[in-house]
Write a protein that binds this ligand. Sequence first.
Ligand code: SF4
Length: 205
Amino acid sequence: MYIDISDYLERLGRLYKKVDHAYSEIAEELGFTCEGCKDNCCQNVFLHFTVVESLYLIEGFRKLEREVKEEIYQRAEDYNRAYASTSRPVLNLKKFCPLNFDGRCVLYEYRPIACRFYGLPGKLVSPARGAEEFRGCWRFEELYPGSERMLDRTEFYKELAALEGDLRKRLCYYQKYKKTIAQMILDEKSPEGLIPRNYDFFEGY
Ligand code: SF4
């Protein structure tokens, strides 16, 4: 039996809009943009922890041209090999995300929350880890040394956790989830991927 997950994805789309709005508000107030940055944050290793975000990303991925998908599968294989053979890859691996073509994300509208928050300093209070603070990117720190402006991520992550809980209950999927973008893409390629397969994006898809 296929489960229609479109409501969950719509809820996530609305949450992403709120995140983008909160980010833009602070960035505009400070005049902070990525314009002229010599780095590219898509070379950092980001890990993602929710099934709902991976399904949202895959929804976008499925709309790409076949040739682009093939290229991304190849890049995801390469990325995964480098990831697996690097010790402490989050700290030590610098490699472009397989979705980055010529400096730009081909699934920008579908990118996960970690990519959306990156750049501005942030804070988060969670039951598991208590209060945490995150530094801004190097460019932010160079432009605004000593700035105390931060994006509070707490309410957004609470909403994401509630949405993830609802979806997992619906899919009866309770395994731990922690993946790079490359691993999400490879799950889509492989029929044995860990993403549950009993969902559908839209009725009649
Ligand atoms: S998903 Fe997109 S924004 Fe996020 S790291 Fe990959 S290319 Fe960059």
